[in-house]
Ligand binder design. Structure first.
Ligand code: ADP
Ligand code: MG
Length: 207
């Protein structure tokens, strides 16, 4: 599915798409919280871009761990430690692998989600990135188990992540800054679920 070179390409594409969606993500965050999610994420990926040249000859685990550490130290906000942890845990789960297949990817995704949940304590239904992450992961696993088709599995995962975004519109935030406005968060999608879906689409493009 992906070697270190491909992983670097995926990271670059994520960086571009986060930058392109900076205003959109910030606007979403502005409606229900403090309006900095796009700014935070774009700052983080700009810092990641600076370290990418030094990662050209590194293995997948090292690349993802370095990306995670950069995100953790530069994104700020709630999302920085959460996405930083996700990339670092995914990297640790890929230790020793020069190429990851779908089964490896699922182990990495499990580790990433587990890291986000250990850190953020959110479960499905609290209007966070978790509302796209968990349904996407589950849908991908189910699809892949049924017909061993990576492309199809990613399509199912993206659909579930997008449904997760729609679902966040229907619920009140009980984690993060959006929880401060209570019922007024209803009707608006979660910025973190949106940024996760953007990044999942980027991974899918390279599979
Ligand atoms: P902050 O909320 O500190 O301003 P950001 O705006 O960058 O940070 O990120 C907000 C996003 O972080 C939310 O849209 C939500 O998806 C995610 N988030 C916040 N708290 C949690 C949590 N405890 N668990 C999972 N995701 C969270
Ligand atoms: Mg914010």
């Amino acid at each position: 599915m992906a070697d270190a070179k491909k992983v670097l390409e995926i990271i670059k594409k994520m960086s571009k798409d986060i930058e392109d969606n900076k205003d959109f993500l910030t606007e979403l965050d502005n409606i229900i919280a403090d309006g900095d999610h796009g700014i935070n994420m774009a700052r983080g990926f700009a810092a990641v871009e600076e370290v990418l040249p030094g990662l050209e000859d590194k293995d997948i685990a090292t690349i993802l761990k370095q990306v995670g550490m950069k995100l953790l130290s530069t994104v700020g906000g709630a999302s920085g430690p959460l996405y930083g942890t996700a990339f670092m845990k995914a990297g640790a789960a890929a230790a020793g692998k020069d190429d990851v297949n779908m089964d490896d990817f699922f182990v990495m995704l499990d580790a990433a989600i587990d890291g986000v949940q250990k850190r953020g304590k959110a479960v499905v239904g609290e209007k966070t990135m978790i509302d796209s992450m968990i349904p996407a992961r589950d849908a991908m696993k189910e699809s892949y188990a049924a017909d061993q088709d990576a492309k199809k599995a990613f399509e199912a995962g993206i659909k579930a992540a997008e449904d997760g975004i729609e679902y966040t519109k229907t619920i009140i935030a009980t984690k993060g800054r959006a929880s401060y406005i209570g019922e007024r968060s209803i009707g608006h999608q979660d910025p973190g679920a949106t940024s996760f879906t953007i990044m999942l689409k980027d991974i899918a493009e390279f599979v």
